[in-house]
Design a protein around this ligand. Sequence first.
Ligand SMILES: Cc1cc2nc3c(=O)[nH]c(=O)nc-3n(C[C@H](O)[C@H](O)[C@H](O)COP(=O)(O)OP(=O)(O)OC[C@H]3O[C@@H](n4cnc5c(N)ncnc54)[C@H](O)[C@@H]3O)c2cc1C
Length: 402
Amino acid sequence: MKQAGTETISVPPLFSFWMTYKIIITGLGAAGMSMLYHCINSSLINSDILVIDKGMEHQSEKTWCYWSEKPLEIHPKSLHSPISWNKIKIISEQELLEKNLGKLNYYMLSSTELYREIWEQMKQHPTITFIQDEIMNISAQQNTTSVDTAHHGSFSGEMVFNSSVYSGASTTKPLLHQSFLGWEIESQEDCFDPESVTLMDFRTGKKNTSDFVYILPLGKRKGLVEYTQFTKAKRLNASFLQQQLQKYIRNNLGISQFKILRKEHGFIPMTTNKMVGETFPSIIHSGTVGGCTKASTGYTFHNIQLHCKSIVESMVKTPSGKLPSHYVRKSRFRFYDNIILNIAYKWPERLPETFFNLFQVNQGAEILDFLHEKTGFWQEIALLKKVNFGVFLKSLRNYEAY
Ligand SMILES: Cc1cc2nc3c(=O)[nH]c(=O)nc-3n(C[C@H](O)[C@H](O)[C@H](O)COP(=O)(O)OP(=O)(O)OC[C@H]3O[C@@H](n4cnc5c(N)ncnc54)[C@H](O)[C@@H]3O)c2cc1C
């Protein structure tokens, strides 16, 4: 691999100007790394690939979780066997629900670990060039696609795979976001159930907001505890999120003394609309900006894998074939997501009972398959006919797309 950071440039810029890369990957986060992984494991690795990212040093470690029967192909293999659970909990003010996931497991991976593995793989391939720079614009004319950077000029590619947010893009502003703060903590007493992930604990004491706590137990005394709130456009301030976390840890986990090992925070758009407006046949948007985020839950990682795998397979099978500009999902899943987002937006106090009820009346694996959009229409009817549909009908009568 040739690396051209802002300090050390080993790719002569003029040479880069003249060449047309087969693929330019803009953004090396979850989507960029996944695309690169699938390219490396296909015949596309024999073509020139340029990767541009403004740098990983400003990014803190994140945990990415997904559910599946087996670990995904990309799951880091180097350090230990994958961390996973087979049970989940949903907790309301009144009741605790524990669901066995049957054939499925809930897997967790570290973004830093994945990055380390992908970086090692990149180094072994001279066809991959990495440039650390800010992407300013991506545009397409007839046969070429250009990526303009802040310091290294412009680059041409046959195809651009984008998951970055660049200033030249026309983006839409979602009405709803998930704002969250997570602390990986260690306590002196046992306080976590290592067998079971808490997907949603609604005992936050708040009545007029959709908020919950998510817990990944990493032992009896260690775990990631995350406070999440669905918010209307604004990012919640750090001190408010900290207070909510502290309150939950003290009141619900019963811990007064703990050490914070790591922090993570996020602001995930909850929308069924396209985040980036422009569509050109040679530019594919993926990751959060490309519509991989499931609007009603915020889960993105699994969809990114499906997206990258299918793009690479299509490019190998039909090199001149047309590819969709964004991640494509069936329209009925956008409709279901809008029903949920409508509840979150207009009647946030009803969201806890809605999610709780969905899990209460269905098998854990069934509802997770539904949230992965893997179910068939008649399965969905069977799932939905068991729920209390008062609030769903209310949402349907006042339907809006978000
Ligand atoms: C803390 C956290 C935890 C999450 N946990 C989960 C989870 O458990 N499961 C799940 O499914 N989803 C999860 N998500 C949601 C989603 O999977 C992640 O946000 C994921 O990182 C999205 O991937 P991405 O490639 O779209 O964006 P990112 O991973 O953010 O990657 C974008 C990349 O583009 C680069 N970039 C952006 N703009 C520019 C620019 N102008 N120029 C150059 N480079 C640029 C950035 O440096 C970055 O490397 C989580 C999100 C967060 C924030």
